[in-house]
Structure formats: structure tokens, C-alpha cells
Design a protein around this ligand. Structure first.
Ligand SMILES: O=C(O)CCC(=O)C(=O)O
Ligand SMILES: [Fe+2]
Length: 177
């Protein structure tokens, strides 16, 4: 699911200002240890201002059923204008059934491709200030990726990629023995 306009302009500015000091200290990394993410920097953030906590509460309420255990740490990912994310499925060891992400500063295109049948794919337009929620088959049976600027088109229309910050909430995996 994609919920366009989930954030007001002021909320986007507030969240961006709050994460900026944590990101600015680091240089952009060429690529992630698992090779999926290029030209990015990231942090995990536990403590938020009261205003941001209220926004994150809204995200969690929209994305997660009331009884699931959520990861307290929020993942903040900053992709450079030239950055992109290659197809991957988030680790089933480290996160649960639902991934909820806010997009700040830039729109982008997220592509979902079925692992079993690569002919079966779908592009999602992640507008700036939208919230996306990946759950069920979209989370477990399809890879997701964020297209690089050169490939960033949605229904034939160019979606220019600027620097993009995503703020991602996840829940805990079910513990199995
Ligand atoms: O930036 C995003 O919205 C997605 C990030 C992602 O796929 C990940 O961190 O696993
Ligand atoms: Fe991911």
C-alpha cells in the first residue's frame, strides 16, 4: 500500500531537520555490506522529539496490527541523488511481516519483482511525503528496489531522483525454535 500525502510539508521538514545532524557527520558509503544499497548513509534512531513521536505513532497505527511487537529503533536511510537500492528481500531473521517507510525530500520509484516469476512485477510511485507499507507477499515473495535516477520512470513519466531520506519502522520477527 502507498498512502500519498501522509505527511504535511511541515512534518516532512521537522523530521528531516531532526535526522540531519545524525546523518551529516557521516560520508556517503559507496555500498552496503550486502551490496544492495549504493551511495547512502544511515542511522538507527531511538529518541525523537514529542512532535516526531506523534508522527511515528501515526505511522505505526496505520501499518501494524495492535498486538505485534515493533522494533523501537527507527531506521533512517539517506540516499544520495545518485544513490539507489538493488533488488532484495529484507532479512526474515531481523524483521517481521511489515515494513513501513516514509519518503522525505524526493519522490522515487519502488519496483517489486516476484522471486518465483520475474515476469510478475509492479512499480510503486513513492511520492515525497508518502507512506508505503510492505506486508504479506509484497514483503516475503517479491524483491523491492529503489530505481536510480536514470531509470526512474513511472507510467512513462520521469520521476527525478533527488537526495531522499526514508524513515522506516519495522516489527519483530516471530521467534521460532
Ligand atoms: O529506503 C527505503 O524506503 C527502503 C529501504 C530498504 O529497502 C531497506 O533498508 O531494506
Ligand atoms: Fe529493504
Amino acid at each position: 500500500a502507498v498512502l500519498p500525502g501522509f505527511l504535511a510539508e511541515g512534518e516532512e521538514a521537522l523530521l528531516a531537520a531532526e535526522v540531519e545532524p545524525h546523518l551529516r557527520r557521516r560520508p556517503y558509503q559507496e555500498q552496503h555490506w550486502d551490496g544492495a544499497i549504493h551511495k547512502y548513509r544511515e542511522t538507527e534512531k531511538l529518541h525523537w522529539s514529542t512532535e516526531s513521536q506523534e508522527i511515528l505513532r501515526r505511522v505505526r497505527e496505520a501499518a501494524f496490527p495492535p498486538q505485534v511487537l515493533q522494533l523501537a529503533q527507527v531506521h533512517v536511510l539517506d540516499l544520495d541523488k545518485t544513490g539507489y537500492i538493488k533488488p532484495h528481500i529484507d532479512s526474515v531473521k531481523f524483521c517481521g511481516c511489515t515494513i513501513a517507510g516514509l519518503s522525505l525530500l524526493s519522490s522515487s520509484v519502488m519496483r517489486l519483482v516476484s522471486e518465483r516469476n520475474p515476469q510478475d512485477w509492479l512499480d510503486l510511485l513513492l511520492e515525497r511525503r508518502s507512506l508505503y507499507i510492505l506486508r504479506g507477499p509484497a514483503r516475503y515473495e517479491f524483491t523491492h528496489e529503489i530505481l536510480k535516477d536514470e531509470e526512474s520512470f513511472f507510467e512513462g513519466k520521469k520521476i527525478p531522483r533527488e537526495r531522499r531520506i526514508s524513515i522506516i519502522c519495522r516489527n519483530m520477527p516471530l521467534i521460532s525454535s
